[in-house]
Design a protein around this ligand. Structure first.
Ligand code: ADP
Length: 468
């Protein structure tokens, strides 16, 4: 049993399919054939027995109808009378009281069975006996023909019946074997057709494994079944893998590119302190504050790069109350920038529920407000407008800051892109703020637009899917 199960386990899917269908079809066929064979057997056997009884009944009626007019000699001399009653394959013999055979009809060479010990007084006794390897039905009863009294014995050999049953059995075995081979063949053929897309998918996977994520997935499968589901899952899995791989690579190249300068600056200042700084408090002071500034910048840079590289699962169940979070973030920004004025404009009574996580929206707005503060030359004047359209919540952040030139507007969402760092209020940006905003907005199926005029200010508009 163990061997069979391990053999089956190691078979290909096609092999398993073909073997299983062959075995199942064969077993069903065998069960049906057995039932059929047994029914035919018992029906035919019953027919044979009935035929014996019919002949015996006909003979009894024949002798009784003669009313003693016939003698045993009449019958001996005219066998045709009984021939018309007895079937060709049956043999009848009549014996006198001394068990001497007086007459035999049909097979004179057939070895007849011995008479039973007791013969019924009326009617006849039926039995099934085997004489020289031949099974036969035997009917034995008393007979009176005129003054003659004796015994009549009828035998009905079952050799024809047995050869017929043997023929049926052989036919069934041949058919069964044919069914076994045909079902295995059809099973294998069907498995080949049905498993073809699975095999194609396997080849596709091998290709990707050999060539890496860059290899495009070319497999086309239009049917809507489990395999197309599998392909969809595979495609999205590969997409996610590729994205996280690219993000990882991006992070490594960003980190090595962006962190090199501040590290070099800190390194330079530290060697300056080592050489002269210990004795010169002015150099020491300046180098330490520059290094500290660079390290703070590096910290911020690393945090933002990590934020960009982080890949949270987009949970569509997210639901944020935009009004509440906007008010919270406004207060937060006002807390660290006291000279900033932020005005909020909303439609009274309107609810602003959007499909986004509270944290993500908080971060988007925080980054936009920080920029509005950072890129204002005078006291920052910011306006936030919330409005609801059919399926979207629109958030606008308007400032009266330095504005962004048209040629720069297309680049500001790129990583590390900065228009002119010297013009910002604190000069401490990293060029990652808007790429984080863009990434988060896209992640929650939203869009972002910018419209700006140099020296007059900028407006950032965000459209988020509204919660129904
Ligand atoms: P940073 O850390 O430099 O602020 P961001 O990605 O947030 O990086 O912004 C990219 C660039 O876009 C900034 O360097 C700045 O030049 C410009 N910018 C962003 N927001 C504004 C704004 N509200 N007004 C003017 N310029 C802006």
């Amino acid at each position: 049993m163990k061997k069979i199960s391990s053999y089956l386990t190691n078979q290909s899917l096609k092999g398993k399919w073909a073997l299983t269908s062959a075995v199942v079809i064969f077993i069903s066929f065998a069960v049906i054939c057995s039932v059929l064979y047994l029914s035919i057997h018992s029906w035919l056997l019953n027919e044979q027995e009935q035929s014996v009884k019919r002949t015996m009944d006909d003979l009894t009626v024949f002798f009784e109808s003669q009313g003693g007019r016939l003698t045993i000699h009449d019958i001996q001399s005219n066998k045709g009378l009984m021939n018309s009653i007895v079937d060709k394959n049956q043999t009848v013999r009549i014996l006198n009281e001394d068990t001497v055979e007086m007459l035999r009809i049909n097979d004179s060479t057939l070895k007849m069975p011995d008479l039973p010990d007791t013969i019924p007084f009326r009617g006849y006794a039926m039995s099934k006996e085997k004489v020289e390897k031949t099974e036969m039905f035997v009917a034995t009863g008393p007979i009176v023909i005129g003054p003659f009294t004796g015994v009549i014995q009828l035998t009905h050999p079952l050799s024809t019946f047995e050869s017929l049953m043997r023929y049926i059995l052989i036919a069934m075995c041949i058919l069964g074997l044919g069914a076994l081979i045909a079902s295995a063949g059809i099973g294998y053929f069907l498995a080949t057709i049905l498993l073809k897309p699975l095999n194609d998918l396997r080849l596709e996977m091998i290709k990707v494994a050999e060539q890496g994520f860059t290899a495009p997935i070319t497999l086309q499968y239009d049917a809507k079944d489990e395999i197309s589901d599998l392909l969809t899952v595979y495609r999205s899995m590969m997409g996610e893998l590729e994205q996280s791989f690219l993000q990882q690579q991006q992070f490594i190249s960003d980190a090595s590119h962006e962190l090199r300068t501040p590290i070099q600056v800190v390194e330079g200042h530290l060697s300056l302190i080592k050489r002269w700084g210990k004795d010169d408090p002015e150099v020491l002071e300046e180098s330490l504050s520059t290094s500290l500034l660079e390290i703070t910048r590096m910290k911020k840079l690393i945090e933002e790069m990590l934020e960009l590289a982080r890949r949270e699962q987009n949970d569509l169940q997210n639901n944020a109350d935009i009004l509440i979070i906007t008010t919270d973030i406004m207060n937060e920004v006002k807390g660290f920038s006291h000279d900033t004025t932020i005005l909020l404009e909303v439609d009274p009574g309107e609810s602003y529920q959007a499909r986004i996580s509270e944290n993500a929206y908080g971060q988007i707005l925080r980054n936009l407000l920080q920029n509005a503060v950072r890129y204002s030359e005078q006291q920052p004047m910011i306006q936030i407008r919330l409005s609801k359209q059919q399926h979207t919540v629109k958030i606008e952040v308007l400032d009266q800051g330095i504005g962004i030139a048209e040629e720069d507007q297309v680049h500001i969402f790129n990583r590390f892109y900065r228009v002119d760092s010297s013009r910002s209020r604190d000069g401490g940006g990293t060029g990652l703020g808007l790429s984080i905003v863009n990434m988060l907005v896209n992640k929650y199926q939203g869009t972002i637009k910018v419209s700006s005029k140099l020296h007059y200010g900028s407006t950032f508009s965000i459209y988020l899917p509204a919660e129904k």
